[in-house]
Design a protein around this ligand. Structure first.
Ligand SMILES: O=P(O)(O)OC[C@H]1O[C@H](OP(=O)(O)OP(=O)(O)O)[C@H](O)[C@@H]1O
Ligand code: HPA
Ligand SMILES: [Mg+2]
Length: 180
């Protein structure tokens, strides 16, 4: 069982669900005030479980789309973001709500936000399930954050280690022997 590889649970499924209710209310209030219909864009693959949990609570009109970007080649930065899979809806003159699983060094979101501005998006907001501020190298803050986590490698609820553990329903830290 994948659960057996977990050293400790940092955020439970119930805590994530409850936080999604609060985040959805906050996001809804902001978009209702602006009177705009955002394109909610999930960054694959990590955002999928969080995005599903969040958007089903939105009562305002929105469109959804996905894209996959890489800002690393292995552990080496490729400088810019590379688009592996682009979205279908045009971002031109649209407000964008980016959905992420984690803001770590900040490299991915700095580049993606820049890219959306270049595409002519009118506004780019970010909602991230997790924030790991101790690792930040690039100046960026999400507009909405689920939970702040310590400087540990976390998995679950979309977050992977070598593509595994995304299906765990909670956020946890792996046992050290899994890395060895
Ligand atoms: O703030 P950063 O240092 O840029 O790190 C955060 C990004 O890294 C991970 O993506 P990954 O490339 O592993 O893709 P994945 O979502 O498919 O796991 C994570 O999902 C974020 O997108
Ligand atoms: O802590 C993390 N876990 C999984 N993927 C990640 N990508 C950046 N940080 C992390
Ligand atoms: Mg990953």
């Amino acid at each position: 069982m994948v659960q057996d590889d977990i050293l400790k649970v940092l955020v439970t499924e119930e805590e994530i669900e409850q936080r999604c209710v609060e985040l959805a209310e906050q996001i809804e209030a902001d978009y209702q005030k602006e009177g705009t219909v955002p394109v909610v864009v999930g960054l694959l693959k990590g955002s999928v479980p969080f995005m599903a949990e969040l958007i089903k609570r939105f009562k305002f009109p929105c469109e959804i789309d996905f894209m996959k970007v890489s800002s690393y080649d292995g552990t080496e930065s490729i400088g810019d973001v590379r688009i592996d899979l682009d979205m279908q809806i045009s971002a031109k003159e649209r407000p964008i709500l980016l959905v992420e699983d984690i803001v770590d060094t900040g490299r991915t979101l700095v580049e993606v936000k820049k890219m959306f501005k270049n595409k002519g998006a009118t506004d780019v907001k970010i909602v991230s399930l997790l924030d790991k501020p101790d690792r930040r190298e690039f100046e960026i803050e999400a507009d909405y954050v689920g939970f702040t986590v310590p400087n540990e490698f976390v998995v679950g609820y979309g977050l992977d280690y070598n593509q595994k553990y995304r299906n765990l329903p909670f956020i946890g830290v792996l046992k050290p022997e899994i890395y060895e």
